[in-house]
Design a protein around this ligand. Structure first.
Ligand code: ATP
Length: 225
């Protein structure tokens, strides 16, 4: 990945969610930590254009998130904090196929692509299940499948192990570990990020820590002792 924040900042109704930030992210896996309301989601949403910068620009793999929004959306998939918001159609496979159709994938390839994505995540058995009947862990994996199927180069995950029990948390974390796509993950579950090469720490809308996972997680823990 190559993501450049150039004095990019966000203000909502006069309150600063993210102070103007200049930063370049490269590499394969970047984690984001910080207290509730510190600006993590705002930072992540800027990367795929879900939120527009109020000041400055964000460039994702060479593309401006405002001027080239459609291309940025296709390149940077976003898995929402609440996976039930991700799946629109009742049946998972139909939902994935709808996403592929919207991305212009050839009709003849759509079913096979949906099936291979489900197989890749080990959830072929969920293909015809109703999304609202899935468990939290199944739903997290289903949402990830829907985002991966169109083949983005980067996946942004907003608290992917939130609300999961220990077994499902491990399962989702192992799935994330095995992704060949670049990953940016927000997490309150620090163990999920321990193997990440770089972690960013936000506090009150500012980046206050940036370095290897061990160092930055320690900084965060020390702040909250
Ligand atoms: N759409 C919005 N309208 C108004 N204020 C917002 C909006 N989105 C975020 N904020 C505010 O911006 C600040 C940063 O929010 P953000 O969601 O980025 O925090 P976060 O670190 O992801 O928090 P959490 O860990 O609770 O998910 C918060 O004070 C929040 O209330």
């Amino acid at each position: 990945m190559k993501i450049e924040f150039r004095e990019a900042g966000v203000t909502f109704e006069g309150r600063t969610a993210l102070h103007p930030l200049t930063l370049t992210l490269t590499g394969h896996r970047v984690g984001i930590i910080g207290l509730n309301g510190s600006g993590k989601t705002t930072f992540a949403r800027l990367i795929n254009g879900l939120t527009k910068p109020g000041t400055g620009t964000v460039i994702v793999n060479g593309r401006d998130t405002v001027k080239e929004l459609a291309a940025v959306n296709a390149d940077a998939g976003y898995v929402f904090q609440s996976p039930q918001n991700q799946i629109i159609l009742p049946i998972l496979q139909d939902d994935i196929e709808l996403g592929l159709k919207a991305r212009g994938v050839a009709k003849a390839d759509i079913a096979a692509r949906a099936e291979s994505t489900l197989a890749r995540l080990g959830i072929t058995h969920l293909a015809r299940r109703r999304a609202h009947e899935l468990s939290g862990g199944e739903l997290q994996l289903a949402a990830l499948a829907a985002v991966l199927a169109p083949r983005p180069s980067l996946v942004i995950l907003d608290e992917p192990t939130n609300q999961l029990d220990l077994r499902n948390r491990r399962r989702v974390a192992e799935t994330i570990d095995a992704l060949q796509e670049d990953v940016i993950a927000i997490s309150h579950d620090l163990a999920t990020l321990a193997s990440f090469e770089r972690v960013l720490l936000f506090h009150e809308g500012r980046l206050i820590g940036d370095g290897p996972a061990g160092t930055v997680i320690e900084q965060y823990e020390a702040m909250n002792r």
